[in-house]
Design a binder for this molecule. Sequence first.
Ligand code: THU
Length: 163
Amino acid sequence: MKEHRKTITYKIYQSSEELEKADKDLLQEARQVISKAYAPYSGYRVGAALLLENGKIFKANNQENVAFPSGMCAERIAIYYAHANEPGSKIKTIAIAAKADKFTIKNPISPCGACRQAIAEYEIKQGTPIRIILSADENEIIMLEGIEQLLPFLFRAEELKNY
Ligand code: THU
């Protein structure tokens, strides 16, 4: 037996002012779409904005349902929306922001497992990393250069493509 270690790498910015302009603008788009989230059950509103290589931006927010599992996170709606409309254009960056009705979100939001898997699908398909920007109410912002930084040991089954 030999113990192995995998490390993840991420950057922390103290404020959106430190981001490069395209990232700062994308985060602003994610923040703008938060207020339209449909989150009557959790009061937790999330906005996601995707920048494609062709320059287009797709935005979405979380959509909840009285049958809870039927709802969906902002990130997956945004990435499916983008790929449904622009399947040939690579995704460069996804920015994610959140606001809760009744409390302050102190730490940058981190996508759930299902959303990480959805991001992984398109990153593997396009063959280039999808940059991920995570933010909170407070200033601190986390930036990751690709889904493997959030989902190490991700499920890759190239063989399944032969079916
Ligand atoms: N949610 C997202 O939209 N994205 C995340 O990364 C985490 C959670 C949504 C799902 C649900 O509508 C609400 O936030 C509370 O979990």
